[in-house]
Design a protein around this ligand. Structure first.
Ligand SMILES: *Cc1c(COP(=O)(O)O)cnc(C)c1O
Length: 433
């Protein structure tokens, strides 16, 4: 940067409430991350090409961006988009729909349509994401798999995060029909799985029982690496369009990519036996799905850079961060442990203050249904609840950790993190020398 531009930048940050000290501290941290960011950009470049190639091969045309109404028979845009997803994920088929309301719905759909009464579901990577507990029936719930006579087994990861191969071998039985593997740690402390490790696990499972269906919960993992779980043997990968693959533009939706028979089962369950993929009007939503997918690789890269910046900045200030500053990343979530409620609150209020929507709101901890502690959430999103946009949340209980993710552009993620730093400085929770 030229001296003149640096001065302009410092002034602009100051107008937005970032002191010269906080700005300088951020710049020092960033100076050490150039190589790291270059590698993230390389992955984004590769994935960008992968997406463009898929769109070209599938013959995406202007007509695909239009929508249908009513039954939605012969919806060219919808059918072509599903071909594009199948091409990006190297699968036989895909179901990508606005009628899939969220990630949990997509996962529930994939499970409920491919399991039958008497079958057993196995998670070899420990407890699945919170909302799936009710889908499976770990927590009693109306309409759960358990109510339909589908049982569930779980094998936890070993203490050091490795797979408990002997436990998994023992858990696979006559009735085991589907194995669910969650890529991202979600809001737990276990490590996120790399696609390579997911591949090792799938190979192990298939050696024991070749016909078992291996499904990966791909939420938060899309485009973080150059390969996806479907490149290493997953029969299905499932996720939400208001996370990575929607690129911040998709206002709703979920996807299931995978083997033709698995996707077909899901389609007959989503709509109706006999109708399957043939119905489901796309209304006017498809251009945001196409353009969102087009942007997804670079948007994911921006979120990743934000996570790496936050990890390094807070690590340097002496806080425990997961993943740590140098660790390889397999999802976009960053945890920072503050050890005090004030730290969590100041961080979240900083993120909120950096938003372009609702920046004037001050988030406070509240009793959120389904949680055993108060929770504070910060988000000012163009798409409500979208966690590919700059957002943070944390339960107000020990160890007082905050989970941070998203950022449609890196400058926005950077502003957010500098705002959190400034807030913590103002409240004398942290000091920079
Ligand atoms: C977000 C998420 C889900 C659920 O998605 P929703 O869209 O919030 O329903 C499931 N699994 C993981 C790992 C997630 O990150």
């Amino acid at each position: 940067m030229t001296a003149r531009n640096r001065e302009l930048m410092r002034e602009q940050y100051e107008r937005m409430g970032i002191s010269p000290e906080a700005y300088a501290y951020g710049e020092e941290v960033l100076a050490s991350l150039r190589e790291r960011f270059a590698r993230i950009d390389e992955i984004a470049e590769y994935n960008q090409l992968k997406v463009i190639q898929a769109m070209q091969q599938c013959g995406v045309s202007e007509a695909c961006l239009l929508g249908t109404t009513g039954y939605g028979y012969n919806d060219l845009g919808r059918d072509t988009l599903e071909k594009v997803y199948a091409a990006v994920f190297h699968t036989e088929d895909a179901l990508v729909r606005p009628q899939i309301t969220c990630g949990t719905h997509a996962l529930a759909l994939a499970l409920m349509s491919n399991l039958r009464p008497g079958d057993e579901l196995l998670s070899p990577v420990g407890k699945p994401y919170d909302t799936l507990e009710e889908v499976i029936g770990i927590r009693p719930s109306k309409g759960s798999l358990k109510e339909y006579g589908i049982s569930y087994k779980q094998v936890d990861l070993s203490e050091d995060g490795s797979f408990d191969y002997e436990g998994i071998r023992a858990a696979i039985g006559e009735r085991t029909k589907l194995v669910t593997i969650q890529r991202s740690k979600g809001y737990q402390t276990r490590p996120t799985l790399s696609v390579e490790r997911i591949g090792e696990l799938i190979r192990f499972v298939k050696e024991i029982k070749p016909d078992v269906i291996c499904m990966v919960d791909n939420c938060y993992g899309e485009f973080v690496e150059t390969i996806e779980p479907t490149d290493v043997g997953a029969d299905m990968a499932v996720g939400s369009l208001i996370k990575n693959p929607g690129g911040g533009l998709a206002p709703i939706g979920g996807y299931i990519v995978g083997r033709r028979d698995c996707v077909e089962n899901a389609a007959y369950r989503l709509t109706s036996p006999g109708l399957g993929k043939e119905v489901g009007a796309s209304l006017g939503i498809l251009s945001s799905f196409y353009q969102g997918l087009f942007l997804a690789p670079t948007v994911t890269a921006s979120a990743l850079k934000g996570a790496v910046f936050a990890a390094n900045l807070y690590e340097r200030l002496g806080f425990a961060v997961v993943p740590d500053g140098t660790q390889e990343r397999y999802d976009i979530i960053q945890a920072v442990t503050f050890g005090s409620p004030e730290g969590v609150i100041a961080f979240c209020q900083g993120i909120q203050a950096a938003a372009s929507v609702d920046s004037f709101v001050t988030p406070e901890p509240w009793d959120m249904p389904g949680y055993d502690a108060q929770v504070i959430m910060a988000a000012g999103a163009f798409v409500s609840g979208s966690s590919i946009e700059l957002s943070a949340d944390g339960p107000i209980r020990p160890p007082y950790a905050v989970y941070f993710q998203g950022g449609l552009t890196f400058p926005h993620a950077k502003l957010g993190i500098l705002k959190t730093l400034q807030n913590l400085l103002d409240k004398k929770i942290v000091y920079i020398k």
